[in-house]
Design a protein around this ligand. Structure first.
Ligand SMILES: Cc1cc2nc3c(=O)[nH]c(=O)nc-3n(C[C@H](O)[C@H](O)[C@H](O)COP(=O)(O)OP(=O)(O)OC[C@H]3O[C@@H](n4cnc5c(N)ncnc54)[C@H](O)[C@@H]3O)c2cc1C
Length: 435
């Protein structure tokens, strides 16, 4: 009998893990589970809709799902349709690749007011994620605030300020595009507790805000350091230098006739979200940075806004039976317990791009292989057969990779002329294509 593996989550980390397992054990059987019928996690539901080329990286992962040793079991939520312990009993090893689908909280008063959204929910909403289709964000005012100074914050600011014609060719959900385009937007304020050198932007993403049709980026030259400190080295230093040079360019272009402004506000720490029954503004404290840390100055200021979107990191949301350690599943270099492992954002937190997950997953599969070598390869585990029995008794509709391709074809047919596809926003609509 061949070794059998369960991978929970079909995002990049799960797919890189499947590739690595196939290289180590060409005769193995791999079941890849995902709670959503459609595979590939944040490639579909996180990557900005106007970064369409990046979304195409899903093609390489589709090839992995099509290998004869691999089965895709979409629409199966581990923890709901099948338990963690059932997987542990039935497979030689189980790899959790469930990403991080909870927004981290600011922990300040007013955070629960209507009009405050975490980036996971907000980005999920404009990317048509079924869990977030109904958040109906309050985008009814001229000003909105985004808390965070990384690429996710930049994505949100860009999507909010681009024109409809700039969103041509994107796969943004149509209902979200309509709401965003109807917003009487004049300004988006991006706030970061620390300075430009601590910002998590990458130069490519930052550079994109130079050329927006109706929006100018506003950067205060006073907030820019003269140079990149010595403590940054090598590649990181290069990135900081490029960012600084783009920010300088933006600071020099501040006088502009474009109607919408994207304000980069560094050294500004949110201390309260203001409003009686909904968001009316945000209160911030001016900071200064010492040894990379934000320090209070006591100077307080308010900015009126209709909504606040926080982009300060995600935390994982494991099913019952898995230990949580702050924002990740507790693990030692990816090993959780017995035959259970974790990879990707659920293992190391919400940082890193799609390719970053490659070496990370391969290292965990190396460790798993060493552990299996120590035990010997005699398997008595029933693998996918046991899963099929359980899911059939529970009457769960499993979505195969061929089914997912049929849903994708229907999304392509539903697309407007200038769009690649129109994603279904509910699981019910996806399954209706198959029945
Ligand atoms: C807003 C945003 C934009 C980004 N843009 C880029 C970009 O332009 N370029 C780039 O390279 N990187 C980008 N990234 C980073 C990239 O998306 C991540 O590095 C990568 O997706 C992490 O992979 P993962 O497999 O750990 O998690 P995910 O991609 O989140 O995959 C996790 C999968 O697990 C499934 N799952 C969760 N719980 C369960 C369960 N209980 N049972 C079954 N399935 C479950 C989920 O449905 C999901 O499919 C972006 C990230 C975000 C948040």
């Amino acid at each position: 009998m061949s070794l059998s593996f369960a991978i929970v989550g079909s995002g990049p980390s799960g797919m890189y893990a499947a590739d690595a397992l196939l290289k180590k054990f060409p005769d193995c059987k791999i079941d890849v589970f995902d709670k959503i019928p459609m595979p590939f996690g944040l490639i579909r539901y996180g990557v900005a809709p106007d970064h369409f080329k990046t979304k195409n990286t899903a093609r390489q992962f589709l090839r992995t799902l099509e290998f004869s040793q691999v089965r895709y079991l979409g629409n199966i939520e581990v923890g709901r349709d099948i338990s963690v312990s059932e997987l542990e009993e039935n497979y030689d090893a189980v790899i959790f690749a469930i990403g991080a689908y909870n927004d981290r909280k600011l922990g300040i008063p007013g955070e629960n007011l209507p009009g405050v959204y975490g980036a996971c929910a907000f980005v999920g909403w404009y990317n048509a994620h079924p869990d977030f289709r109904d958040i109906n964000p309050m985008l009814d005012g001229s000003n909105t605030a985004v808390v965070g100074i990384g690429n996710v914050a930049l994505d949100i600011c860009r999507v909010l300020t681009k024109t409809r014609s700039e969103m041509k060719g994107s796969d943004i959900a149509s209902p979200a595009l309509d709401i965003i385009q109807n917003m009487p937007i004049e300004a988006v304020h991006m706030f970061g507790r620390r300075g430009p050198l601590e910002a998590g932007f990458t130069p490519k993403e930052l550079g994109e805000v130079r050329d927006l049709e109706r929006c100018s980026a506003i950067v205060s030259a006073d907030q820019l350091p003269l140079n990149v400190e010595e403590k940054f080295e090598g590649r990181e230093k290069g990135i900081k230098e490029k960012n600084l040079s783009i920010l300088r360019e933006l600071a020099n272009q501040n006088i502009t006739k474009k109607p919408v402004k994207m304000h980069f506000q560094f050294y500004a720490s949110p201390i309260e979200i203001l409003g009686a029954n909904r968001v009316e503004g945000i209160r911030l404290e001016r900071t200064k940075v010492s040894n990379g840390k934000a320090i209070s100055t006591g100077e307080i200021f308010d900015v009126p806004c209709c909504s606040v979107i926080t982009a300060i990191g995600y935390q994982t949301k494991p099913p019952e039976g898995l230990p949580l350690d702050g924002v990740t599943i507790s693990n030692t270099r990816g090993w959780v317990r017995d035959n259970l492992y974790v990879v990707g954002w659920a293992k190391r937190g919400s940082s890193g791009t799609i390719p970053t997950n490659g070496p990370d997953s391969r290292n965990v599969i190396d460790l798993l292989t060493d552990n299996l070598n120590k035990k010997g390869f005699n398997t008595l585990k029933p693998g996918g057969d046991a899963t099929d029995k359980l899911l059939s008794i529970r009457n769960v509709r499993v979505v195969s990779v061929a089914d997912a391709e049929r849903i994708k074809d229907a999304e392509i047919i539903n697309a407007a002329k200038d769009r690649p596809w129109e994603k279904f926003t509910s699981i019910k609509e996806m399954l209706a294509v198959l029945d």
